[in-house]
Write a protein that binds this ligand. Structure first.
Ligand SMILES: [Zn+2]
Length: 167
């Protein structure tokens, strides 16, 4: 890449934390390190969105991922509690396994759908925070851990209920 090698401008190292050097942020177009507090790149004139002192701005997808993960935890608890209450109301043992299976399928759709959205947001959050210019990578990781755990538990629960019902 001849174009890349001619760029003598200093670039930010991958994984560098903007909180340590808050003003040394690279231009998104040409990767020149922006001047402190300058909204435009001195080299190419492109707008430098994060060339200001202070904390690195939060990655939007990482933030959304954790919000969805907490929503997922709440919905999972509500659906699980509702399922228990419904099974308690179904006194007939013969209907119990079928009712359980129906409830598990509802749970699979609702909780599984939410978990899918959360995982996608979490992965996007990981990509957004990969170069260290955006904060809250931990939020994206936490959202991925929460959503994949709940998805796994839901899958196991649905499978177990299905095996019991179809036995
Ligand atoms: Zn530039």
């Amino acid at each position: 890449m001849g174009v890349m090698s001619t760029m003598a401008a200093p670039t930010i190292a991958p994984g560098a934390t903007p909180t340590v050097t808050p003003t040394a942020l690279a231009c998104p177009r040409c990767a020149t390190v922006a001047v402190a507090g300058e909204p435009f790149c001195a080299h190419c004139g492109a707008r430098v969105p994060f060339a200001r002192p202070g904390r690195a701005p939060a990655a939007p997808s990482a933030t959304r991922a954790l919000v969805w993960a907490l929503l997922l935890v709440a919905v999972n608890a509500i659906v699980g509690g509702g399922a228990l209450a419904a099974l308690w109301l179904v006194g007939d043992a013969a209907q119990l396994s079928q009712a359980g299976l129906a409830l598990e399928l509802v749970r699979l759709v609702v909780v599984g759908g939410l978990a899918l959205v959360t995982v996608r947001l979490g992965l996007r959050g990981l990509r957004e925070t990969a170069d260290g210019r955006l904060a809250r990578r931990g939020w994206a990781i936490l959202a991925l851990v929460i959503s994949s755990s709940i998805a796994l538990l839901t899958a196991v629960s649905v499978l177990a209920t299905a095996l019991l019902a179809l036995r």
